[in-house]
Write a protein that binds this ligand. Structure first.
Ligand SMILES: Cc1cc2nc3c(=O)[nH]c(=O)nc-3n(C[C@H](O)[C@H](O)[C@H](O)COP(=O)(O)OP(=O)(O)OC[C@H]3O[C@@H](n4cnc5c(N)ncnc54)[C@H](O)[C@@H]3O)c2cc1C
Length: 456
């Protein structure tokens, strides 16, 4: 037993410290194409004090620490390339308080979004951010996750009211309060949300929740071209229809879903939409949307109000990434995540499609078009040098296009290692400010080292 494992066992208990092969392997990978690298040990704290003791110890001994939620991130965020220990938050999974009057909930970081939504439903409430995977709320705050409902309810950062954070030296602090607004001090909620485990470990999260809408209506609209579909979304947003979700899936991806999930969707660029509201308001929104969609060249539009039918309609969109993964055994998923101003979205998708055809890899385009965020997804054989090189070139070309339009290299997946090389180009002088923040809060560079910013 190494000294590290012995010391950690003394700090915690033997069942909370693992060097089991399978556990190390699980914590050495994410759900993407990035190379596997295992930690030396994985620890499972049960409370804030234990996290504080672990970090104090790691800081004293300069041991790299990688926080871990569910490992569903896509840019090697959780892969511990510097070795050391991984802190797995799965035992800190209690919902501590539901405050319906304040529309707030207090949770530990290991609670997953589906677990939270199950508990909230009894109070007529729901948590809005839906990144597809059943990620933990700690991981979602740390990546500033967003998803299908962001066009209406905002990103993860918008939901954070307060975080209990353990800093690199073991200090425990809070970043906010329960107040709905505040002009007091620097915006630490905003800083820590999206910090990807590089500035501190979250041990308690106070998050906004919403009342379950009285009525929900889902729709699927097909178009002859992606450009027409994007134009339709732009018009709907411009007139201020409070659409709750609007997702684009390209023709190739619809074909993929039909093949893999035994569906029979029309194989055309398709918008999946959802509307939330009261019955009367919804009726008006739906009528107006239909009119605007038809003006933009919509070929067919189908509405569903029944829960089962709505779920069926959305299933295709939700299962898409996994459908590509399961249909391409042995290959890994590389997914771009740029976000551009809405006015540039159509051009950016057109460019991505041209590039995808040029490299000739299996893949498709889908995205949260209401936010200007889309994914080009390719399946790559990591043992085939040519495919790896083509997919890297493809990824870079899409990012450079987005940056040239004043967009961002990542709308929601985050930086990790995969988008690290674009940070300087995207942020310029602000990249140095980020490095200064990292050095001030983690002077020994123990927290998820090498991710987001590179410091010496
Ligand atoms: C099929 C699929 C679809 C996806 N779709 C989306 C999408 O639509 N939108 C989106 O935003 N993402 C999406 N993702 C990516 C992923 O689900 C999100 O990034 C998610 O937020 C990661 O949560 P997690 O619990 O798995 O965190 P992990 O992957 O375990 O960790 C992510 C980051 O958070 C840090 N972290 C974890 N817990 C803590 C903590 N307690 N304190 C401090 N730091 C911590 C880790 O160090 C790491 O840097 C998708 C992934 C898959 C596989």
């Amino acid at each position: 037993m190494s000294i590290l494992v012995k010391d950690l066992t003394a700090l915690l208990s033997s069942e909370q410290v693992s060097t089991n092969e399978t556990v190390l392997h699980q914590h050495g990978q994410d759900e993407s194409y990035h190379e596997v690298a295992e930690p030396e040990v994985v620890v499972f704290p049960k409370n804030t004090e234990e996290v504080s003791a672990i970090l104090r110890y790691a800081n004293e001994h300069r041991i790299p620490v990688t926080p871990y939620g569910r490992g569903s991130s896509l840019e090697a965020h959780v892969i511990p390339y510097s070795g050391g220990m991984t802190i797995d938050f799965s035992l800190m999974n209690r919902i501590l308080e539901i405050r319906p009057e304040d529309l707030l909930v207090v949770v530990e970081p290991g609670v997953s979004r589906l677990e939270l939504n199950e508990a909230l439903a009894k109070h007529g409430l729901f948590f809005s951010v839906d990144p597809g995977a059943d990620a933990t709320l700690g991981g979602m705050v740390a990546t500033n996750a967003s998803g299908t409902t962001t066009v209406r309810y905002g990103v993860m950062r918008d939901q954070v009211r307060d975080l209990e954070v353990v800093l690199a030296d073991g200090t425990i602090m809070n970043t906010g309060s329960l107040a709905a607004k505040s002009a007091s001090g620097y915006h630490l909620n905003g800083l820590f949300a999206g910090s990807e485990g590089t500035l501190g470990c979250f041990t308690k999260l106070t998050l906004r929740v919403y009342g379950i809408p009285e009525h929900v209506m889902a729709a699927r609209a097909t178009f002859n071209t992606i450009e027409e579909a994007v134009q339709a979304v732009t018009t709907v947003l411009q007139v201020g229809i409070p659409i709750a979700r609007v997702e684009l899936v390209d023709e190739e991806s619809i074909r993929q879903v039909n093949r893999h999930d035994d569906m029979d969707f029309e194989e055309k660029p398709t918008l999946f939409l959802e509307f939330h509201g009261n019955e009367a308001g919804l009726k008006q929104d739906v009528e107006f949307t239909t009119e605007l969609m038809n003006d933009a060249g919509c070929q067919s539009i189908q509405f569903e109000t029944e829960t089962a039918a709505r779920n069926h309609l959305w299933e295709a969109r939700h299962n898409l990434a996994y459908s590509y993964i399961h249909s391409n055994p042995g290959k890994k998923m590389m997914v771009t995540d740029v976000c551009v101003p809405i006015s540039e979205l159509s051009g950016a998708i057109h460019h991505a499609r041209e590039q995808l055809e040029a490299v000739g890899l299996v893949g498709g385009i889908l995205g949260h078009v209401g936010d200007g965020n889309f994914h080009a997804l390719v399946m790559v054989d990591m043992d085939d040098e040519k495919e790896v090189e083509l997919s890297n070139r493809f990824n870079e070309s899409i990012v450079h296009y987005a940056l040239s339009k004043n967009g961002t290299c990542t709308g929601e997946h985050g930086v990790g290692i995969g988008k690290q090389k674009y940070q300087e180009a995207e942020h310029g002088e602000a990249y140095n400010a980020m490095k200064l923040i990292k050095q001030a809060l983690d002077p020994n560079n123990i927290l998820n080292p090498g991710k987001i910013v590179k410091v010496d």
